[in-house]
Design a protein around this ligand. Structure first.
Ligand code: GYE
Length: 365
């Protein structure tokens, strides 16, 4: 395989080493994730050398605001003027098409393959093919759970997002004096690690608290999907539910339309407590207006982290196997300052709840 050393990268690499390990700060106006100019500097030097790095990116699809931001982030990080040739494939939420895209990248003999896996299993064979071809694979966002034949992963701890949502609901219901919780869940695309982690994390708290989860169906992370599932919930569970959990903002937008049409009110002190994930700009605007009670951020701008990894590999450096994004939790009301729970690593953590302001929603993606 083509292994190239980009000359004159020392300064850039020193800068690279300061990022890419999951920012630890928790700025209230944005996610606290660092992003980086280092990838840009290093890439410019690569371009100056005339040594273009080819990257194949098998993206999930175009289902949500989160996904749009993710795509743009990777395209910006691997732009031509930074010295890259990005081969972008929108896999339209089709796992078979995604495996085919990866095989095409191998055929095309790209330098690096970036995968955002639609589902978390079924990967070992094609990752072995990448390994045999000598092409390093970087996984972003969702995880691959049945193979470790990739060099690095950058993304979010979805289980913690679910645990945080459950813990927030427990404390919020207590603060509001609501003792009986009857919950409807609109899940993300089944089989994705985002859906699995958010479902399991939330369910862990629900089971411990003895809440009733009336139903939990796949809304496919889309606005249409959220609307359709909620329309059917409104008919089947009329008058029986007081919490709706949507596993991303776009599903929540659809669910809000369906509830409005069915005469169900949602948000602060309404019929239904509405919980969402992603905290994209429009999502946070709905938190600010009190229509969504709480929104658990998932940070999509992972492109520069990914470019930093490529540059480190180019320089023959070792890279971290995992990089976690830092993610604030956003709420509509100033009732609870923080939540405390045991995270997926078994540590008891106390995390701030951020009341959404103009600055916070405008700073989001
Ligand atoms: O929450 C959702 C998107 O994989 C974390 O996919 C991502 C999820 C995100 O469609 O909006």
């Amino acid at each position: 395989m083509k292994k190239r050393i980009v000359a004159g990268m020392l300064t850039a690499l020193m800068a690279v080493s300061m990022v890419g390990c999951g920012g630890a700060s928790s700025d209230t106006a944005d996610s606290g994730n660092a992003g980086s100019d280092a990838g840009a500097d290093a890439g410019t030097e690569a371009a100056a050398d005339g040594d273009v790095i080819t990257v194949g990116f098998a993206q999930v699809g175009h289902e949500s605001d989160w996904r749009t931001a993710s795509t743009k982030s990777v395209q910006d990080a691997f732009s031509a003027d930074k010295g890259y040739d990005l081969q972008f494939v929108d896999c339209d939420n089709d796992s078979a098409a995604q495996i085919e895209a990866v095989r095409q990248f191998i055929q095309d003999d790209v330098d690096y393959i970036v995968i955002d896996p639609i589902v978390s299993t079924g990967w070992d064979t094609v990752l072995t093919e990448c390994e045999d071809a000598g092409i390093p694979v970087i996984v972003i966002d969702r995880t691959i759970d049945d193979s470790d034949k990739y060099v690095s992963w950058v993304g979010s701890e979805f289980m913690n997002e679910g645990l945080a949502a459950g813990t927030w609901l427990k404390d919020y219901a207590e603060a509001k004096g609501i003792s009986d919780l009857n919950i409807l869940v609109i899940e993300g695309s089944n089989g994705s690690s985002a859906q699995i982690g958010r479902t399991d994390g939330f369910k862990k708290i629900a089971d411990a608290e003895g809440w009733t989860i009336l139903d939990s169906q796949d809304g496919n992370f889309t606005q249409d999907g959220g609307q359709q599932v909620m329309e059917s919930y409104c008919k089947s569970y009329e008058g029986q539910f007081n919490v709706v959990v949507c596993q991303n903002d776009n599903e929540a937008f659809g669910a809000m339309d369906a509830m409005t049409a069915a005469g169900v009110s949602y948000g602060v002190d309404k019929d239904v407590i509405l919980i969402s994930f992603d905290a994209c700009k429009s999502g946070l605007e709905f938190v600010q207006s009190g229509d969504i009670n709480a929104d658990f951020m998932c940070y999509p701008l992972q492109g520069e982290y990914c470019a930093d990894i490529v540059q480190k590999l180019e320089a023959g450096e070792t890279v971290d196997k995992q990089t976690f994004m830092t993610e604030p939790w956003y709420v509509a009301e100033d009732i609870l300052p923080s939540i405390t729970y045991t995270n997926n690593a078994g540590e008891e953590v106390t995390e701030e709840l951020v009341v959404v302001t103009d600055a916070a929603s405008q700073a989001s993606y």
